[in-house]
Design a protein around this ligand. Structure first.
Ligand SMILES: [Mg+2]
Length: 234
């Protein structure tokens, strides 16, 4: 196995940061001048389209959401809302405590590292400035590709950009969006991050995966142990 492809939210990010999403959306709504409950509803309802890029970038998306709430913000208001929204997104993508150390360890061991994320515009726009960017050889974002998990094209794209056959890729994720079934069908070796220390996070997962991978780890430190034992076993 020469490469590892990671899910992003709840896998590289701190699962407990997911609980901040609602309050960050409230801050964006207030900056836009729309009722937070209504904003949450239109953001949630548009999720499947937002993550395949149907609403464009963050500025265009927030304008569309405000209009769905019956408000037409001026440019200055929209600028402020975009800045607030990006600041909120940064809080929600805080790395889990062991994430950066594990990525550096794996790179030092010679693995090619990829990312496959169902995400909206915020992550793509901010990616180069994140602590993750310099550690990931090939990020693949649903928003940019126009497909969401478990679309086989995403997995094929991730393997191709890493220059590694899918059969030589691990896929590591916390199990949203039927991502492990997609990885298995793509010929990758799936690993479930159970986030056992964060039982409330599973309730927030969209379209959970009914397929349960053979390989399960509680956190990313478990990945180092799994790869070590896999190596020992040939
Ligand atoms: Mg996830």
């Amino acid at each position: 196995m020469r490469a590892i492809i990671f899910d992003f939210f709840g896998t590289l990010t701190d699962p407990s940061a997911e609980s901040l999403r609602r309050e960050t959306f409230t801050a964006t709504a207030q900056a836009l001048g729309v009722p937070p409950e209504h904003f949450w509803a239109v953001m949630s309802g548009s999720f499947p389209e937002r993550i395949i890029g149907a609403y464009g970038g963050t500025r265009a998306t927030l304008l569309a959401m405000a209009r769905l709430c019956g408000v037409d913000p001026d440019d200055e208001t929209l600028d402020r809302a975009v800045a607030t929204h990006h600041a909120g997104a940064e809080r929600v993508r805080t790395p889990r405590p062991e994430a950066i150390g594990v990525l550096d360890h794996l790179r030092a061991d010679g693995y090619r590292l990829g990312l496959l994320s169902d995400c909206s515009s915020e992550l793509c726009e901010a990616w180069p400035q994140t602590v993750y960017a310099s550690r990931i050889d090939a990020p693949v974002f649903s928003w940019r590709e126009g497909h969401r998990k478990p679309d086989p094209r995403l997995y094929a794209t991730a393997a191709a950009r890493l220059g590694v056959p899918a059969a030589e890729c691990w896929f590591v994720g916390d199990g949203g969006s039927r991502e492990h079934d997609g990885a298995r069908r793509a010929g990758m070796r799936p690993v479930l991050v159970t986030n056992a220390a964060h039982p409330a996070v599973a309730a927030l997962r969209t379209d959970p995966d009914s397929y349960l991978p053979e390989h399960r780890i509680d956190d990313l430190a478990g990945l180092i142990r799994l790869l070590g034992s896999n190596h020992d076993n040939g």
